[in-house]
Design a protein around this ligand. Sequence first.
Ligand code: GDP
Length: 193
Amino acid sequence: MRTYQAQFVAAAPEAGAFPAPSGPELAVMGRSNAGKSTLINTLVGRRGLARVSNRPGRTRAINFFDVERRFMLVDLPGYGYAAAPRAEQAGWNRLVASYLSGGRPLRGVVTLFDVRRDPDSLDEALIAMIGHHGLAWQAVWTKADKLKRARLAGRCRELDRALGTPAEGIAFSSRTRLGRERLLAWIEERVGG
Ligand code: GDP
């Protein structure tokens, strides 16, 4: 399995703390607990790079990871934590909007959804926000190992339709590494590597 040299660069709780752009960027976004930290670790092949949290909703910062000095993986904070007050979601919106509209060399957004969950209006609003910024995005259906194989493909197409994905979403599992190669291929294409 190909692994990547990756390192943590910065955790930015506000726009003033974003590191200076140093190459193409690729953002990863998902609802709190969708499996984002686990996916980042699985992608680069390094356990413990992104912190897998037992307390969703705790991190309110954008984390920047340098990958082989070729591109930056930008870990947007999880959204929609059930116990988060409205003000916290507003803070999330401000922080993420300041990143998306900050003139960064952002090449695309990987959007994660738990394969078992139906998207709601918050998910739809955030997808619309990505579209509004004219960004390429790739849907990823996480925790695919939780569904029976016979059910998985049908469920993925159901989610494609529900969210109006520009291309088929990728079924992904950090347990089995299903979808890892497909997602890496998309990322490599976007960052021009
Ligand atoms: P985040 O809040 O989006 O960063 O989510 P985490 O990466 O912290 O994962 C949330 C929970 O889902 C953890 O208990 C993980 O072990 C679990 N999880 C993440 N990815 C997978 C997966 O592919 N399969 C299964 N079965 N569980 C997963």
